[in-house]
Design a protein around this ligand. Structure first.
Ligand code: PLP
Length: 372
């Protein structure tokens, strides 16, 4: 059997181990330390955001964002339906109600028209809308100008879930810096990884200070343990942050390598009429975290997925929309069938920055064989 080709696997730059060793040598084996501070600085200088809090996961970053935006039991939070479950789970942690909004076809992200429709309808039903969670799926920026104009008009804060979008830009600006607060993830399958981790980004210093406070058990200033808030243990470890510092040295290469994968598939499949791609509109720059294709129907997609599996190549259907998930399907949703069709016909292809040209050719051979 030929070696396994993964969808998206970790890809170290080389210097990660140096920063991890430094942590050992100085005994900073804790959820704080010089690597954490430096990693936060790296994130700020790369994205252009003023402040960052490094946390244990992207999920914890969304949770702390919701808490600080005052989301409580019974409140409503609008969320993209076409996303990974972690975008919406923290809404349930707070006992709040997720309201799902479907996608548009240009970027596959939240439809501005449906967002406005959802807001008007929730308000008319007396819903207490507290926040909007906007996702940039697979690294493709959402229609930020249109979405932010609506959010600002109704005065609803936006949590920008850029977990899949580090390295992407919208009109020259980094994803994660365009909403009220931004969320990043460094899970093992993301464009860079700390083995597991995340961050909250903001231009408001007091917001990030409060994030760090809540993430380290909310200890009041006193010699004994004193608490007047519910605390969380969500701070990133100094070991993980060491990996992150090494990864930030190569982030730009990782973006270029992933974009190269996409271009390889795009160019080599241009003559296969059954395959379509998500292209970049003017002003939209995607890190191409995952290269995705859309086939003509579900059966074609499954035939291809299974043929790849047989050749020891990992692929995955596009994310199942949250309004169709058993844990979320009872909540309100505003739909247009775009995400459901993408789920039925779409496939994520191997997209790691460490794929070789031989790997890509192996994938291409199977696709061409199945579809022509
Ligand atoms: C990965 C991911 C998250 C969660 O990040 P973790 O670091 O795995 O907790 C949230 N939203 C989206 C869109 C993701 O892809």
């Amino acid at each position: 059997m030929s070696t396994k080709i993964w969808l998206s696997s970790p890809h170290m730059g080389g210097n990660e181990i140096k920063y991890v060793n430094e942590a050992f040598e100085t005994n900073w084996i804790a959820p704080l330390g010089p690597n954490v501070d430096n990693f936060e600085n790296d994130l700020c200088s790369y994205t252009g955001m003023k402040y960052a809090a490094a946390l244990v996961s992207g999920t914890s970053a969304i949770h702390l964002a919701l808490i600080q935006l005052g989301v409580q039991a019974g409140d409503e939070v609008i969320c993209s339906s076409f996303t990974f479950s972690a975008s919406a789970n923290p809404i349930l942690y707070q006992g709040a109600v997720p309201v799902f909004v479907d996608s548009e076809e240009l970027t596959w992200n939240m439809s501005p028209q449906l967002l406005e429709k959802a807001i008007k309808d929730r308000i008319s039903k007396g819903g207490n809308l507290k926040a909007i969670i906007l996702v940039h799926l697979y690294g493709m920026p959402a229609q930020m100008d249109e979405l932010m104009a609506i959010a600002n008009h109704y005065n609803i804060p936006v949590i920008e879930d850029a977990a899949e979008g580090l390295g992407s830009t919208y009109k020259g600006k980094a994803l994660g810096t365009l909403g009220t607060v931004g969320v990043l993830s460094f899970n093992g399958n993301k464009i860079i990884t700390t083995s597991g981790g995340g961050a909250l980004l903001s231009d408001d210093e007091s917001f990030i200070k409060h994030t760090r406070f809540l993430a380290t058990q909310a200890r009041d200033n006193a010699p004994h343990y004193q608490h007047s808030h519910v605390g969380y243990n969500y701070r990133m470890s100094n070991i993980s942050a060491g990996i992150g510092r090494g990864q930030m040295e190569v982030i730009q290469e990782r973006v270029e390598q992933r974009r190269k994968n996409y271009n390889f598939y795009y160019e080599n499949l241009s003559d296969v009429s059954k395959v379509s791609f998500l292209t970049e509109a003017e002003g939209y720059y995607s890190n191409r975290w995952l290269s995705c294709i859309v086939l003509e129907n579900y059966e074609q997609r499954e035939i291809l997925r299974l043929a790849l599996e047989k050749e020891n190549i990992e692929s995955r259907p596009l994310w199942k929309p949250l309004h169709l998930q058993p844990i979320f399907d009872k909540y309100p949703s505003y739909l247009n069938e775009v995400s459901e069709k993408l789920f039925n016909c779409g496939l994520c292809l191997p997209s790691g920055s460490n794929l070789t040209i031989k790997d890509l050719q192996r994938v291409l051979k199977v696709i061409k064989h199945v579809l022509s």
